[in-house]
Design a protein around this ligand. Sequence first.
Ligand SMILES: *Cc1c(COP(=O)(O)O)cnc(C)c1O
Length: 458
Amino acid sequence: MQHKTIIEPFRIKSVEPIQLSTEKERIENLQEAHYNPFLLLSDEVIIDLLTDSGTSAMSSSQWAGIMEGDEAYAGSHSWLHLERVIKDLTGFEFILPTHQGRAAERIIYGHLGGDGKTFISNTHFDTTRANIEFSGAEALDIPVAEANDMGSFHPFKGNMDVLKLEEIIAKKGAANIGAVILTVTNNSSGGQPVSMENAEQVAEICKRNGVLFLLDCCRIAENSYFINHREAGYENQSYRQIAQQMFNLADGAVMSAKKDALVNMGGFLVLKDKKLADACKSLLIITEGFTTYGGLSGRDMEAMAIGLEEVFDPHYLEYRIKSTEYLGSRLREMGVPIIWPTGGHAVYVDAKALYPHIPPQEYPGQSLVCELYRLGGIRSVEIGSVMFGKYDEKGQLIPAPMELVRLAIPRRVYTQSHIEYVIETFAQIMKERETVKGYKITEEPEFLRHFTAHFEPA
Ligand SMILES: *Cc1c(COP(=O)(O)O)cnc(C)c1O
């Protein structure tokens, strides 16, 4: 018999209690957190959809690996294990472990960046952009036009606009391009996948112009699932083979292992070129650690090596992508405006369309984030003008192109009933949508303000 129900392909061996709360308690918690969910305590949250980063449940094999971890300073067998797994998967010669993705970003973009340099991406993730801009360089996003069309189906909304890529390289001069970065899947524009065809076009343009081509490969297993199911010619290739083919197009990659490596901490930088790798290794040693651990303990590397293999399990990926899609479809049926189709790791709600009466200057995404917490104890994150807004010379907000709220699904953590609870909360959000008010910022830092900014109801 062919079952329609997609079950979680795991049993639960260890549980973590959730503290339930009342709406009254949550209203107080919100006030204390200055209406910024990053400032809420984890114990105050019922369902935490803030991020899929570092929130995965590890498998019993990974926990066993934790005990097997070899903590030798140099030549640890956990490092050799991790190095072999990453080399087999990516095909790159030089493997630099880091404590998380942004550490790899700081090393490579710090080295390649600087005043006058331009980086080009389908969409730079926030830490990627911050590291590039911190170096003095500029970061340009060129997603395809379909990425802005939230409601209509396009199989690869994560793609890069290759015509614009050619134009920018011609205008700026190839020598001034720090790197072209293809983020797979494209986190900031909806967790949408990138096709192999697009990656091939980007690779060809970079090669022809002598520009470095990097993958931001945090979610390459999820991206491979979409290629297998949506791009002609890949039906019979394994998810792993698809990932390998994509790595083969690039000159290197940056990974936050907190996503598709199914661990709570870790990352790496991989490169083809020895000279570039040597320069980065020096920075690695100065800021992260020796080249055989880079800020990680042996047990972390062991768990990462195991997770990088588990993530390509077809049953896992099927459950992963289908359960995200389930939440998206149910919300869409209820009339919640979301980015369609749903991406791999998250459902993105269009807060501008949900709350058309709240202008971008009053951050409609922040309103939804607060409502989700008030009504359901659900923590989510704004990806709109709070995260990406800028100010002009007069101090007026230049809004982000979209006002989204991301419901990121931690890997292997929540069950179907948790998701049903989220759906039920959205039913109430739809009922109250017209009376919800906006927010204003009362305090903010210079970089990555969404992490620590304070808000007040407008
Ligand atoms: C999470 C993430 C990063 C940064 O990685 P950290 O491990 O959080 O430092 C970079 N790029 C993308 C696309 C990400 O999702």
